[in-house]
Design a protein around this ligand. Sequence first.
Ligand code: UGA
Length: 454
Amino acid sequence: MKVCVVGTGYVGLTTGVSLAFLGHQVTCVDLDQQKVDMLNGGRCPIYEPGMDDLLAEAAPNLTFTTSYTDAVPGADVVFVAVQTPSAPDGSPDLRYLRSAAESVAQNLDHSFTVVVNKSTVPIGSGNWVDAILRESFAQRAERPAGCEFSVASNPEFLREGNAIHDTLFPDRIVIGSDNPRSLEVLNQLYRPIINQTFTAPSFSPRPDDIGAVPLVSTDLASAELIKYAANAFLALKISYANEIGQLAAKVGADITEVTRGMGLDQRIGSRFLQAGVGWGGSCFGKDTRALIATAAEYNYSMPIVQAAREVNERQRLIAVERLQDELRILKGRKIGLLGIAFKPNTDDLRDSPSLDIANLLLARGARVRLHDPIAGERFRREQPALAPYLSESLDDLFDDCDAVVLVTEWAQYLELDWSKFVGLMRTPILLDGRHVLDADRMARLGYKYLAIAG
Ligand code: UGA
């Protein structure tokens, strides 16, 4: 099939590259010329494991352009995957979506094109985009005869750092439209994934236990709500583990044992129960906020989602208070933060717990150093106010440090030769912000091991 993808952020790029890898003819359009040049040169502008390799394998079926005119005409499916940042009141800013829809409408010429909302958009956006498309199409001086189009929603569930695996081997595919023809086109598009008929790339092997991928083919509003409901549920699952974690600390229980015991119940499941400094990233914060904002439009409150947000915010403060309880005085203390990215295997810093913890510590007079195996360069670019506190080396971070906090559980930190650094510290306090280090081992090495819960 002929596919156009508008926007080459995490979602758009992964969608475009994966569909081209599966054999579809894909053109990705992005207004950023520099990004397009990079991608046409086979270089990936984001840090995502395996993406460079997939880009190379998909290259024969894949083009990048800044021109809608090169990308939209003739497309069976147009994915719109532009950014939808939060406006100051928490509602998503839909400027980019509007302008993308207008540009798509100016270039539609095919007998039937499905225009798919792939960005996480507020519930009802399908109808909104449909109206913009029809308005802009009607304003065209020349409208191709027999040109039809319809809007669908196809929410994305990939995790950054696992984008390729999650796209090729998803738990499910959700498509929503009020037009059966659109659903049929998308069903065809995703056949190779649904039936798992493609040869898996060597760098992302097919899981042994994967069968046919379930397809949820539904109406527009349900597909849109599934995305928010799923993300909010994952966010509140983590917040629940963190809330129990603080109680565990008070009653003398071990939160990792508690969540293990809970997670083995298949109705609960063990994933997304990892207690620690809490969730960050571009999705959970934005989506829980948007869900609450949508509900408010209907004069409806969402206390569970609200509480998940509050608990998450509190975790960052708890990290600082654990240090304060231990050191008594934070003023003048040197605190090292290991990890700046919001989670491992990405250089994404959006809503990263590390940034908040750094700012809270600085506000209390501490001297802060931050280190990250990958995100340092992006940190310098995107966080100019914090950039002077970047440590290029672990020696620099640990040297004369009063406490170190493991904020992002990068493999490099888990596999660190911790014995090498303990002697560099002024006081060897180690706060494990993710409950991933072996407490006994760290104590044997000479660290005073602290956990967020406990
Ligand atoms: C999340 C969802 O998992 C994806 O399904 C969804 O497609 C994506 O948002 C999106 O809407 O675009 P992502 O934000 O990339 O994906 O990362 P996650 O792996 O979900 O992690 C989110 C945050 O939760 C990270 O800060 C992570 O450290 C934290 N986390 C995760 C925990 O604190 N505990 C856990 O047990 C799991």
